[in-house]
Ligand binder design. Structure first.
Ligand SMILES: Nc1nc2c(ncn2[C@@H]2O[C@H](COP(=O)(O)OP(=O)(O)O)[C@@H](O)[C@H]2O)c(=O)[nH]1
Ligand SMILES: [Mg+2]
Length: 211
C-alpha cells in the first residue's frame, strides 16, 4: 500500500499549487443618509445586489432626517452588498459594502470596514454635513478614501476645491464627481479609490526606503 503523501508534498516536487483569478478587494461605500449609496452599489454590481431596504417607519422618523430627501421612502437598515470585477489594468474583483446611513448603526460600520482596502464617501452638496460622519470615520480608522460628489439633478455644482474645504479634507484625499445611477461613473470612482489606496502604499514604502 503506497504511503500517503504529506499535505505539502507538492512543494518538494517543485509543483506550484494552482492559484490565480482576480485579486479580491473589499470596499466600503459610505456617506450620509440619501446620498446614493444603495443606488451606486445597485448600478455597478454584476450580481443582484443584496440590499436590506425597509420601508421607512414611523419609528425611524426620529432618527432618519428627511430634510432634502422628502421623496425617499426606504432606508437601509443593515447594509448593501454588491460585486464588480475589472480585467484592466489588472484582474480585480471588488466586494462592495454600503453602510447604513444612520449613526445608530456605527458598530456595524466597524465590522463593515474591517479588511477594507478603502472607502468611497458619497456626498450631496445640498447636505454636505450628512457626510461629515463618514469622513471622520475613515480618518479615524486610517482607511484610505475618496470623496465622490453625487451630482443630483438641480443641485448647484460647487467647485470641488470648495467641497474639499467644506469637508476639511487633507490635501491628498481625491475629490471627484459622479452620478451614482451610472455604472460607468461609479466604476470610475471605484478605480480611482483602488489607485489612491495603492499610491498611499507606495508613499509609505518610499518613506521606509528613505535614508
Ligand atoms: N437625481 C438623482 N437621484 C439620485 C441619484 N442617486 C440617488 N438618487 C436617488 O436618491 C434617493 C436616495 O438614494 P439611495 O441610494 O437610497 O441613498 P442611500 O441612503 O445613500 O442609500 C433615491 O430615491 C435615488 O433614486 C443621482 O445621482 N441623481
Ligand atoms: Mg441605502
Amino acid at each position: 500500500m503506497p504511503k500517503p503523501k504529506p499535505a505539502d508534498a507538492h512543494r518538494h516536487e517543485g509543483v506550484v499549487p494552482a492559484v490565480g483569478g482576480p485579486a479580491v478587494l473589499k470596499i466600503l461605500i459610505t456617506g450620509g443618509f440619501g446620498v446614493g449609496k444603495t443606488t451606486a452599489v445597485g448600478a455597478v454590481s454584476e450580481i443582484e445586489p443584496i440590499s436590506t431596504e425597509e420601508l421607512l417607519t414611523q419609528a425611524s422618523n426620529a432618527t432618519d432626517s428627511l430634510t432634502g430627501v422628502e421623496s425617499k421612502r426606504q432606508t437601509t437598515v443593515a447594509f448593501d452588498f454588491g460585486r464588480v470585477s475589472f480585467d484592466l489594468p489588472m484582474p480585480i474583483e471588488l466586494m462592495l459594502f454600503g453602510t447604513p446611513g444612520q449613526d445608530r448603526f456605527s458598530d456595524l460600520w466597524d465590522d463593515l470596514a474591517r479588511g477594507a482596502v478603502g472607502a468611497v464617501v458619497l456626498a450631496d452638496t445640498r447636505r454636505l454635513n450628512s457626510s461629515f460622519e463618514a469622513v471622520a470615520f475613515c480618518e479615524h480608522k486610517g482607511l484610505p478614501f475618496v470623496v465622490a460628489v453625487n451630482e443630483f439633478d438641480g443641485a448647484y455644482r460647487y467647485p470641488l476645491a470648495e467641497v474639499r474645504q467644506a469637508l476639511a479634507l487633507a490635501f491628498h484625499v481625491p475629490v471627484v464627481t459622479c452620478d451614482s445611477r451610472d455604472p460607468t461613473s461609479v466604476a470610475r470612482v471605484l478605480l480611482h479609490l483602488v489607485d489612491h489606496a495603492l499610491s498611499l502604499m507606495t508613499t509609505v514604502l518610499n518613506s521606509l526606503d528613505a535614508p
